[in-house]
Design a protein around this ligand. Structure first.
Ligand code: CP
Length: 314
């Protein structure tokens, strides 16, 4: 059985099928889940070293619906404030009889590091780790819920041959990276549209096509994933001119029409939180093409499926 959920690179079509089937089953049976107590007796620990609304709350709700016990670790109230190192925190956690830890951290590789330390210090307990976003590296449950939302809106439930366009701050986006690994492995065509300062050759190596012109790049898009500008990760020397960004990259109804997209078919996603009128115009957020609310709701079922996948057989 899999032990951790750290990267979409570790997934394959069979695992994704299993997870999506489970998410569908959980959605259809949501009213009876608390009675079933599928993860009753399991203890989950949420370690969020960075802020979050959607991921943190959806994991907590997912755990409660599955009957698991859920504990929030608050870094500000932890011994981190007394200078305790990440490794020593992991050492302590390894002895606390938890079954699974969910971590968000500003440093890429933090989830892998935690998994390594927990295993090293307590080989018997077999503690699982879920990466809830680490620096600019990966956010695998976000990519999986995006994929679930996309296939739920595909007539034949497949992304094979579909054109997925990712717009914005790719360079600093863990969501973009996890999405590209997953979507490419499942047969989608992926294109990134970004200013030159917000993209790099790394994305071509991952198999994405690049464009710096929004209208041109949007042509033939089936699904558009707009990214948040990761202000907290922009280095001081990065001079972001928001007015120019808005003019060139903010997705508006007018620009979608200029790209000849049919608003009856194209769909729009954003992992949230949205910087309104910078990344997407206000009126598109609740427009019929927007899947943003579906993404948030699907996050609960995808995270339940991932918890079940890691703990349901232990
Ligand atoms: N998409 C996402 O990770 O949102 P939060 O930062 O609110 O969890």
């Amino acid at each position: 059985m899999p032990k951790h959920f750290l990267s979409t690179k570790d997934l394959n079509p069979d695992i994704v099928d299993q997870l999506l089937s489970k998410a569908n089953w959980l959605k259809s049976n949501k009213d009876s889940l608390t009675d079933l107590g599928l993860l009753k007796g399991k203890i989950l620990l949420n370690l969020f070293y960075e802020s979050s609304t959607r991921t943190r709350l959806s994991f907590e709700i997912a755990a409660k619906l599955l009957g698991a016990d859920f504990i929030n670790f608050n870094p500000d109230l932890s011994s981190l404030a007394k200078g305790e190192s990440f490794e020593d925190t992991a050492y302590t956690l390894s002895q606390l009889e938890i079954d699974l830890a969910i971590i968000r951290h500003s440093e890429g590789g933090a989830a892998q590091k935690l998994a390594y330390y927990l295993n090293q210090y307590n080989q018997e307990k077999n503690i699982s780790v879920i990466n809830a976003g680490d620096g600019i590296s990966e956010h695998p449950t976000q990519a999986l819920l995006d994929f679930y939302t996309i296939v739920s809106n595909c007539p034949n439930s497949s992304v094979k041959g579909k054109q997925i366009v990712i717009i914005g701050d790719c360079l600093h986006s863990r969501v973009a990276r996890s999405n590209i690994y997953l979507l490419k492995s499942l047969g989608a065509k992926v294109k990134c549209i970004a200013p030159e300062s917000m993209i790099s050759a790394e994305f071509v190596e991952m198999g994405a096509e690049l464009d710096h012109d929004l209208i041109n790049g949007l042509k033939n898009a089936d699904f558009i994933i707009v990214l948040r500008i990761q202000k907290e990760r922009l280095k001081q020397e990065f001079n972001l001119d928001l007015e120019t960004y808005k003019q060139d990259f903010c997705v508006t109804e007018e620009k979608l029409k200029k790209a000849n997209l049919n608003l009856n078919f194209v769909k729009l996603l954003h992992p949230g939180p949205v910087n309104r009128n910078i990344e997407i115009s206000e009126n598109l957020i609740n427009h019929p093409i927007s899947l943003i609310n579906q993404q948030v709701n699907n996050g609960v079922f995808i995270r339940m499926a991932v918890l079940w996948y890691l703990l349901g057989h232990k």
